[in-house]
Write a protein that binds this ligand. Structure first.
Ligand SMILES: Nc1ncnc2c1ncn2[C@@H]1O[C@H](COP(=O)(O)OP(=O)(O)OP(=O)(O)O)[C@@H](O)[C@H]1O
Ligand SMILES: [Mg+2]
Length: 416
């Protein structure tokens, strides 16, 4: 669609044709390539030049607009915008059946015309993006079985930086279905949510996904928000739904992969079906933990389940030690040994930056990119994109506390 939309204008009135051409003159991606003054000419031109869009008056001489539309659509997949006047309203039903994509009531303003054609442009570009489905987008799930360890903070900043770094579309998918906070963290008040995708009977259409996702104000970053209230989570998960066997989350992830280069999933802290669906489909599971004994004990259990019960390859799991500078009395080596699992990435504590970002609805990684916490997120993204790059390990005082003993019985017999 880079070359723009090629447009045919078919109307018996020269002033109307001139008006449409005039309105599109300043639009670099919209180009009027032909005109027609009657229905016969419109069909001939359309078949010859195969335009992307045809503005077609309902009352064309020789062959009327609707018959012309029918004939054109039999041979060419143009988008037809039907121009009609008040007395032609009765034709609209048939026009829809014929397959007209849009309608403009005469006299229309320049703004109305542009808005119609921009919509078509957007849909056309979209169609191509989905059809291309070129590179299968990569799914990264940010997960923990302990709440409040920093999943949402890390997921939203990772996604924001991925969009900036790759210059490709990234989707942040909030699967914390009951208490998702990704929208709040990005300063958004969504009027749509994932629930809107889980109500139809047929397969979820790309157009619907595009309508439900939200631009975030950050370049290339889109959000699919969690439901607005916790009770609606059941509609996504399937409790009490008509078609229980349907896994909406699986469908959404698969659809998102076809049009986003990365799908970053924020999760709730559990091993229920929704999370399992996401984890199973992830190129990497970013397991977030913090350096305190209760969280580490919990993380050890999560690792046991993923490695032993779910049989995930260890290389798919990347352990992120959040608030790594708070590892008082524990060395990184102690933690890694205790969990029988290596730490992949380190994120330091930075209350002021994290709270500033949350209160201003901004990803700190883009707005405070020089802070240590932002650099740690950037380091994670760089490493995910290029595993040969180095991961920064923060320096640490080698002090040992008596409580390191608690770490020993953490694993369920797993060896490192
Ligand atoms: N590195 C950090 N430095 C300072 N504060 C942090 C850091 N990471 C997270 N926080 C703070 O910890 C709290 C929990 O973070 P967050 O909401 O990201 O965790 P979560 O794992 O998504 O929680 P939940 O399980 O409730 O979804 C927030 O108040 C957040 O600002
Ligand atoms: Mg969260």
């Amino acid at each position: 669609m880079d070359e723009g939309l090629r447009i045919l204008v078919a109307d018996a009135s020269l002033p109307v044709r001139e008006m449409i051409k005039g309105a599109l003159v300043g639009e670099p991606k919209l180009q009027v390539v032909a005109e027609a003054a009657d229905g016969r000419q419109a069909i001939d031109q359309a078949l010859e030049i195969r335009p992307d869009v045809v503005f077609l008056d309902a009352r064309l001489p020789k062959v009327d607009g609707l018959s012309a539309a029918e004939e054109i659509l039999r041979h060419v997949s143009s988008d037809i915008v039907l121009l009609f006047s008040e007395e032609d309203r009765r034709l609209l039903r048939r026009a829809m059946q014929v397959g007209a994509r849009d309608f403009l009531l005469k006299p229309f303003s320049q703004e109305e015309l542009l808005s119609s054609v921009r919509d078509l442009f957007h849909q056309g570009a979209l169609k191509k993006i989905y059809e291309r489905g070129s590179q299968e987008g990569e799914v990264l799930t940010v997960f923990s079985t302990k709440g409040g360890v920093g999943k949402t903070t890390i997921a939203s900043n990772l996604a924001a930086y991925l969009g900036e770094r790759t210059q490709k579309r990234v989707l942040l998918l909030d699967l914390d279905l009951e208490f998702g906070s990704s929208a709040a963290l990005l300063g958004l008040k969504p009027s749509t949510s994932i629930v809107d995708l889980c109500r139809g009977d047929g397969p979820i259409k790309p157009e619907l996904l595009e309508k439900v996702i939200l631009p975030t104000g950050q370049k290339n970053l889109f959000l699919l928000p969690a439901p607005p209230t916790p009770d609606l989570a059941a509609e996504v998960e399937g409790d009490g739904r008509r078609q229980r066997e349907r896994n909406y989350v699986a469908e959404i992830i698969s659809l998102a992969k076809s049009s986003f280069s990365h799908v970053v999933i924020d999760t709730a802290s559990n091993f229920r079906e929704t999370n399992l669906t996401a984890l199973d489909r992830s190129a990497a599971v970013l397991l977030v933990t913090t350096p305190d004994i209760p969280t580490l004990q919990n993380t050890a259990k999560a690792l046991d389940i993923m490695l032993q019960k779910l049989e995930y390859q260890p290389s798919r799991i990347r352990l992120i030690l959040n608030r790594s500078d708070g590892a008082v009395g524990l060395t990184f080596e102690d933690i890694s040994k205790g969990l029988a699992f290596p730490i992949s990435y380190y994120v330091p504590s930075d209350g002021p930056t994290v709270i500033w970002a949350a209160n201003f609805g901004q990803p700190f990684v883009l707005r405070r990119s020089r802070t240590a916490i932002s650099r740690s997120i950037i380091n994670i993204v760089e490493h995910l994109l290029n595993p040969a790059s180095t991961v920064r390990v923060p320096s640490q005082k080698k002090e040992r506390g008596w409580w390191t003993g608690f770490l020993r019985p953490l694993t369920n017999g797993r060896e490192r």
